[in-house]
Design a protein around this ligand. Structure first.
Ligand SMILES: NC(=O)c1ccc[n+]([C@@H]2O[C@H](COP(=O)([O-])OP(=O)(O)OC[C@H]3O[C@@H](n4cnc5c(N)ncnc54)[C@H](O)[C@@H]3O)[C@@H](O)[C@H]2O)c1
Length: 415
């Protein structure tokens, strides 16, 4: 998929640019406006729940239905701020179900002006232990969603897509939430949206397959589809399997902190509220068929990030253990964000503030992450780290390695 030229948006009756509830007409306005009904798949997870909370908190008339399978990574408690607020709850519905199940998906897509797909198995390490669920959700699930969108688009084009009260509906817009990992390891420079995809983990390969399917449905069926590729995301409500919450929660407990290899893998960090806001901007204003990178603008070596978390918590570096690296571990991700910037977007959360706030959230919300570190977690943790920790060595002190200037970005005062 490439960025279409301006004006590529379809204008035929019944397309997403043909106006009905929430789907605004062409002519510079948003394609999905206030009052839209959005189906959010995977909305109980880390980024999806932030999207739901932030969009409904605007109280602009948007309605949201979440479809979520509630895997180990999905937690309905992430949506409590919405479900306990009468004003937001009135515009919100929650359905437990699988995006790979057409009987769950079809009626929900039929009622939606737009579909945003966050649903995925999202942890690279688990994709190495067992990739099967990654492929079912990331490939079959995306195909089921696209087929439902295709059918609704055909109905809309025939003028037969209608609300319960008989008003005509436009075709649904579909946005697939993807990742910088589809580009593979980028030793130098930054990936652009048209670059060849070179995924190197089963997780990234499943995500790339989803992106390619979306592009194929655009080409074959002229659907109103979009893809966003977000950078490494951090913030409250992220499952403790991921780097920042793993380090923060182990540090709170004074437990050993596994750090892969030399810890000099470089990631570009994007705060979850910025990621959610960028997705919403692309959904409402993106060009049909286009892919948008969402960089964070905060490239850091992993060991720098670990050191900053420890500094915030007032914990010693001696907790950190250098463990055998993840196989095929990508060294660096970096993306060019020019296309998104042209839509008027800029990240708003400085990394130091975002990381301090995130660490503080984990310190203040122990009940949330202790519930995620349940018996199944213990199993996973033992499979992933027991042998590695047994073979671990002392991690070189911060600043001892080139590029590992730990503490350089330490947010706030150590406590
Ligand atoms: N976390 C990141 O750093 C990051 C960065 C860029 C892109 N992404 C992408 O953003 C999306 C969301 O990531 P996240 O970190 O919030 O993930 P997450 O693991 O926290 O949440 C995933 C959600 O999807 C649900 N889900 C899983 N399989 C499902 C299925 N078959 N049907 C319905 N629901 C299902 C889970 O229950 C969970 O609520 C993913 O597609 C991921 O690839 C994540």
């Amino acid at each position: 998929m490439t960025a279409p030229s301006p004006g590529d948006g379809r204008t035929e009756p019944g397309s997403s640019s043909g106006a009905t509830s929430g789907a605004s007409a062409a002519g510079g306005g948003p394609r999905i406006g206030p009052g839209a009904h959005i189906l959010v798949c995977g909305g109980a997870g880390f980024i999806g729940s932030c999207y739901v909370r932030d969009v409904l908190a605007r109280r602009d008339g948007t309605r949201i239905t979440v479809l979520d399978k509630l895997t180990y990574a999905g937690d309905r408690a992430n949506l409590a701020p919405v479900e306990t607020d009468p004003g937001m709850a009135a515009r919100f519905a929650f359905v437990v179900g699988d995006i790979a199940d057409p009987t769950a998906v079809d009626p929900l897509v039929a009622a939606a002006d737009a579909v945003v797909d966050f649903a995925a198995e999202s942890h690279v390490d688990r994709s190495i232990l067992d990739p099967s669920a990654f492929l079912v959700t990331g490939v079959v699930g995306v195909r089921v969603l696209l087929e439902a969108v295709r059918r609704q688009t055909e109905l809309a084009r025939a003028g037969e897509r209608r609300h319960a009260d008989g008003r005509q509906m436009g075709a649904p817009r579909f946005l697939q939430v993807s990742t910088d990992e589809v580009y593979g390891s980028v030793e130098e420079g930054s990936s652009r949206e048209g670059d060849v995809l070179a995924p190197r983990s089963p997780y990234a390969a499943a995500k790339a397959a989803g992106d390619l399917l979306v592009g194929a449905y655009r080409t074959t069926h002229d659907l109103d589809v979009l893809v966003t590729r977000g950078a490494n995301t951090y913030g409250p409500h992220q499952h403790p399997e991921k780097l920042i919450p793993l380090v923060a929660t182990n540090a709170i407990d004074g437990a050993p902190i596994p750090l892969y290899g030399d810890g000099l893998q470089r990631r570009d960090w994007l705060h979850v509220t910025d990621h959610a806001a960028a997705i919403d901007l692309v959904l409402r204003r993106g060009d049909p068929g286009a892919v948008y990178n969402i960089p964070g603008g905060n490239e850091r070596a992993n060991r720098e990030v670990v050191a900053a978390i420890l500094a915030r918590l007032g914990r010693p570096w001696s907790l950190v253990r250098s463990v055998p690296d993840r196989p095929g571990h990508d060294r660096r991700y970096a993306m060019d964000g020019g296309r998104l910037a042209a839509l008027g977007w800029r990240a708003s959360v400085p990394f130091a503030d975002g990381l301090a706030g995130t660490v503080d959230w984990y310190r203040a919300n122990e009940a949330w992450w202790r519930a995620a570190k349940d018996a199944a977690w213990d199993d996973y943790y033992a499979r992933q780290y027991a042998d590695r920790l047994a073979a671990s060595t002392e991690a070189p002190a911060p600043g001892a390695l080139a590029g590992g200037a730990a503490g350089e970005e330490a947010p706030g005062t150590a406590r």
